[in-house]
Design a protein around this ligand. Structure first.
Ligand code: HEC
Ligand code: HEC
Length: 454
């Protein structure tokens, strides 16, 4: 669990002040942030290694799936920062492209500095208490991009190959088979297991080397690098303050990392895992079984941290990765189960999960009002107001594991009906700030929306 880390940014100097434990101010001043620059591994398309060139071909190759119609890029669309191209909670894959998976598709950008998973990973801020961190997927079950790539190729809900040998056979008859041999040796198809591992290494090489996975060219990068065009508007600056302020948004305590491990600029994740108890999503097919719970690091998809018996104490249950905030404004589906569909909804969830729980979790036993009160919020997941009944708070985490829920601001468990930590203005400003984290910003061409101007 990451504790309060907050940032104050002025020009290019990023001063980090962090707390270990919720309220103890252990102050620490970090050196000036590295100016925005491309990751060390970033190369132009021309200089991709042979392995990365194979990976590039594979990434867009639909024939590599059981259906023959699904490539990595189908779900990880480069036009959407290698995230999903639509607002479906989960994408449809499998042999006939009709099987909904269990989780929302993450962006593949800015993964190049992700460390391997550890139960007690040192926080990149160097101060916060070590906790679960690192690794790939929402539950960290893959330690490298090589390990990760095997999963979608074989997953019956995704590319749905039945055997690694099927993938190798398809590469062998592809137009890029000669490139594969050039990259991995003239006998590279002789051993199927070795060929499959090389194929996944090729996918990793493409993701690590191609600059499109880590362009570091958002408005925030211009701002942090003190470059022309990098002036935040008044609303965006206020949003940055909310993001960093431990008394309102406090987003930076989980969604910020200063100078990257390899000298890259801020990644907007500290790779940590927390339980924040997002509402259950009925749109996920597996959730039609009331006994099914996706509990992240403790299972059931991940299998090395399972509770030793049903409901046995286990600190990892309910934890999911705090993803990077870069390019988050290009998404239309949010959280591991894709239950939310706008940034306003996500931020209001953080703001009012505890103060207005009835708009996030279903109520049982109440009587629906014919007309909602005027002040009943419209941004929640639940659109009907009830009189009486019981709100099924934290309905996607088994009761035995609700003590794992993180308690730092803005999700500090305050009483229903009390004032939320952020004002509506704070929420609007935060949305403006998050918009500055989208790549391919061009000061001459990207207009600032009127709502974010001042
Ligand atoms: C059917 C949609 C789909 C396809 C096709 C797909 N993925 Fe994914 N990808 C996902 C989902 C969903 C997750 C999250 C899985 C989880 O948390 O268990 C994911 C996670 C990842 C991650 C981890 C990202 C992170 O934030 O940790 C990487 C890397 C990745 N995919 C690469 C690939 C590659 C390479 C391919 C092609 C071989 C591919 N994916 C094909 C849906 C897809
Ligand atoms: C206690 C740590 C913590 C804090 C504080 C926090 N987050 Fe998160 N955030 C997470 C975790 C963990 C997830 C993934 C949860 C899940 O999917 O179950 C997440 C997910 C998100 C997502 C979804 C991203 C995606 O790709 O689907 C957004 C957006 C987000 N957070 C924004 C914010 C903002 C804005 C703030 C401040 C108001 C904030 N977070 C504060 C831990 C935190």
């Amino acid at each position: 669990m990451r504790q309060n880390l907050f940032i104050l940014i002025s020009a290019i100097v990023i001063v980090l002040v962090a707390c270990s434990g919720s309220n103890n101010g252990v102050k620490n001043v970090m050196p000036a942030a590295a100016p925005a620059k491309s990751a060390k591994s970033a190369k132009s398309a021309k200089s991709l290694s042979l392995a990365a060139q194979v990976g590039q071909q594979m990434f867009f190759d639909r024939t590599l799936s059981g259906s023959g119609k699904m490539a990595c890029a189908t779900c990880h669309d480069p036009k959407f920062a290698y995230g999903p191209p639509n607002d479906l909670a989960v994408q449809l894959g499998g042999p006939t492209l009709t099987d909904g998976g269990a989780r929302a598709v993450p962006s593949l950008r800015y993964k190049e500095n992700t460390p391997a998973y550890a139960d007690l990973l040192d926080n990149p801020d160097g101060i916060s208490v070590p906790g679960p961190g690192g690794g790939f997927n929402w539950d960290g079950r893959a330690n490298s991009l090589v390990e990760q790539a095997k999963i979608p190729l074989m997953d019956p809900h995704e590319m749905a190959n039945t055997r690694p040998a099927d993938v190798v056979a398809k590469i062998r008859t592809s137009t890029y088979a000669p490139l594969f041999l050039q990259a991995f040796g003239s006998t590279a198809f002789a051993n199927t297991d070795a060929a499959f591992t090389n194929a996944t290494a090729a996918l990793q090489a493409f993701q690590l080397e191609d600059v499109s996975f880590h362009p570091y060219n958002s408005k925030f990068d211009l701002y942090a690098g003190n470059k022309i065009g990098g002036t935040l508007t008044v609303a965006e600056s206020r949003g940055l303050n909310v993001f960093s302020d431990p008394k309102t948004g406090n987003c930076a305590s989980c969604h910020y990392q200063g100078a990257g491990l390899n000298g890259s600029s801020a990644l907007f994740t500290d790779f940590s895992y927390e339980a924040i108890s997002v509402p259950r999503n009925p749109a996920i097919p597996a959730n039609s079984d009331p006994a099914y719970f996706d509990m992240g690091v403790c299972g059931t998809i991940r299998t090395d941290h399972l509770p030793i018996s049903t409901d046995a104490p286990n600190p990892f249950c309910g934890m999911f990765k705090a993803p990077s905030m870069r390019n988050v404004a290009t998404r239309t589906t949010f959280f591991h189960n894709g239950v939310m569909h706008s940034l306003q909804q996500v931020i209001q969830f953080y703001n009012t999960r505890d103060t207005i729980p009835q708009i996030w979790y279903p109520t049982v036993g109440g009587v629906a009002k014919r007309v909602n009160d005027k002040n009943f919020p419209t941004y929640g997941l639940i659109k009907t107001q009830y009189v009486g009944g019981k709100v099924q708070k934290y309905n996607d985490l088994k009761a035995a594991y609700r003590t794992n829920i993180d308690t730092q601001l803005p999700l500090d468990g305050r009483a229903a009906g009390s004032a939320p930590p952020m004002s509506d203005q704070n929420v609007a400003d935060l949305i403006c700030f998050l918009g500055t984290l989208s790549d391919d910003y061009d000061p001459a061409k990207t207009p600032t929306s009127a709502t974010c101007a001042n």
